[in-house]
Design a protein around this ligand. Structure first.
Ligand code: PLP
Ligand code: SF4
Length: 334
C-alpha cells in the first residue's frame, strides 16, 4: 500500500530519506546523502519516536540515534561487519551460542526503528529475516539437544515485532524444555513503538511458565514517553522483570548529567539499568564512539551521586567472539 506523503507524519513509520524530509526531520541539503545511506542500511522512525524529536535542535539526542548521516558511508579502519562475531558461533540458523549456559535465538531481523549505531546493522533490516517454521523447529531441536544451555535470550531484530500469538508459542516451546530456567527478551519496542505492547501481548507474556526478563534498549531519558511508561507498566504488571541496556554514545548520553537522567528515569519506569555498552565497531558508526577512559570517568562521576540501583555494568564486547567483559571503573581498596 502506498501512503501519500501529505499524511501527517505521526501516522506511520518513516522509512525513506524522502519520508524524513517531508516530515521536517531531515534538511533538504542532506537528503541525497541520506538516500545513499538508506540504500545500504535500513531506515525506520516510528511515529512515537518522530514525536520525541525536536526538529529545531540540530543536536537532538533522539534524532541523532535514528536520522541517517553521510558519515555512515565511510568505514573506519577498525570497523568490521560482524563486530560481535555472531556468525562463527552459530550452530544452527538463528542461534548464537558463545557462553556455556546461555544462547541467543533470533526469530527475526526486523526492528521497529533502525539505530544508526547498530552493531548488527549489516544483518538487520526491513526485509524481515524471519525464521521459517522448519528453521525454528531446527533451533528448538538444537536447544533440546543442548542441556547445558539453561537460558534463551530472544533478540534479533526485535522479538516484540512478532505477533503476541507467535511470540507466546516460541516462548512456551522453550519454557517446556526441562533444562530451561530463564527466558530473556531484548527489545526496543517499549520505547520505540509502545503501542505494540498491547494488553494482549502483556497477557501472553504473563502466561509463560519460566521467569521472563525483558531488557529494554534505551539511550536517553526522553525516550521514556508517557506511552512508553504505560507500556512498561503493562509488562511489569504481567510479571515480566524489566532491565535496561544502553550504549554509550557521543552526542546522545556522553555526559554525567545525561547518564544520570537516563538511569534515574529507567528506575522510575521500574527498569533496572543492567548494561552500559561500549560501542561495537560496526561499519560507519565512528561518529558515536566515546573512548573507554572517558566512559570510565563518566561512571566514576556517577558513583555515590546516584542510587546504587541506577549503576549499570559498563561492558565491552571483545573482538572475535571472546565475549563481554566489564570495563570498570576500578576503585582502589583502602
Ligand atoms: C550478550 C550475549 C549474551 C548475554 O550475555 P549476558 O552477559 O548474560 O547478558 C549471550 N550470548 C551472546 C552471544 C551474547 O552476545
Ligand atoms: S533495535 Fe537493536 S538490533 Fe535493531 S537497529 Fe537498534 S540496535 Fe540494532
Amino acid at each position: 500500500m502506498s501512503v501519500p506523503l501529505s499524511l501527517p507524519p505521526a501516522r506511520r513509520t518513516l522509512r525513506t530519506a524522502a519520508d524524513l524530509a517531508a516530515a521536517g526531520l531531515l534538511p533538504e541539503a542532506e537528503r541525497e546523502a541520506a538516500e545513499r545511506v538508506g540504500a545500504r542500511y535500513s531506515i525506520a522512525v516510528t511515529p512515537a519516536v518522530a514525536g520525541l524529536i525536536d526538529p529545531a535542535d540540530p543536536a537532538d539526542p533522539i534524532a541523532r540515534q535514528y536520522i541517517p548521516d553521510a558519515a555512515e558511508l565511510l568505514t573506519a579502519p577498525h570497523e568490521v561487519a560482524d563486530p560481535t562475531a555472531d556468525a562463527p558461533f552459530t550452530p544452527v540458523k538463528g542461534v548464537v551460542h558463545r557462553y556455556p549456559d546461555r544462547a541467543l535465538l533470533k526469530p527475526l531481523l526486523a526492528c521497529p526503528v533502525y539505530c544508526r549505531f547498530c552493531f548488527r546493522r549489516e544483518a538487520v533490516g526491513a526485509d524481515g529475516g524471519v525464521l521459517t517454521e522448519a528453521e525454528l523447529e531446527a533451533a528448538f531441536a538444537w536447544f533440546a539437544a543442548t542441556p547445558a544451555v539453561r537460558e534463551v535470550i530472544l533478540t534479533g531484530g526485535d522479538p516484540l515485532m512478532l505477533s503476541p500469538r507467535r511470540l507466546e508459542a516460541i516462548l512456551a516451546r522453550l519454557a517446556a524444555l526441562p533444562q530451561i530456567e530463564l527466558l530473556r527478551i531484548h527489545s526496543r519496542v517499549p520505547v520505540a513503538a509502545p503501542d505494540l505492547v498491547t494488553l494482549g501481548l502483556a497477557a501472553a507474556l504473563g502466561r509463560i511458565e519460566a521467569p521472563l526478563y525483558l531488557c529494554v534498549h534505551a539511550n536517553h531519558a526522553r525516550e521514556f514517553s508517557p506511552a512508553a511508561l504505560e507500556a512498561l507498566g503493562r509488562l511489569h504488571r504481567a510479571g515480566v522483570v524489566l532491565l535496561g541496556q544502553s550504549v554509550l554514545l557521543r552526542g546522545i548520553n556522553d555526559s554525567a548529567e545525561a547518564l544520570e537522567g537516563l538511569f534515574r528515569t529507567m528506575l522510575r519506569a521500574r527498569v533496572k539499568p543492567y548494561y552500559l555498552h561500549q560501542l561495537d565497531p560496526a561499519p560507519g558508526t565512528a561518529r558515536f564512539a566515546v573512548p573507554v577512559d572517558e566512559g570510565r570517568a563518566l561512571l566514576r562521576a556517577l558513583r555515590g551521586r546516584v542510587s546504587g540501583l541506577a549503576w549499570p555494568t559498563y561492558v565491552q564486547e571483545r573482538p572475535g567472539g571472546a565475549g563481554k567483559v566489564p570495563l570498570g571503573p576500578a576503585f582502589e581498596p583502602v
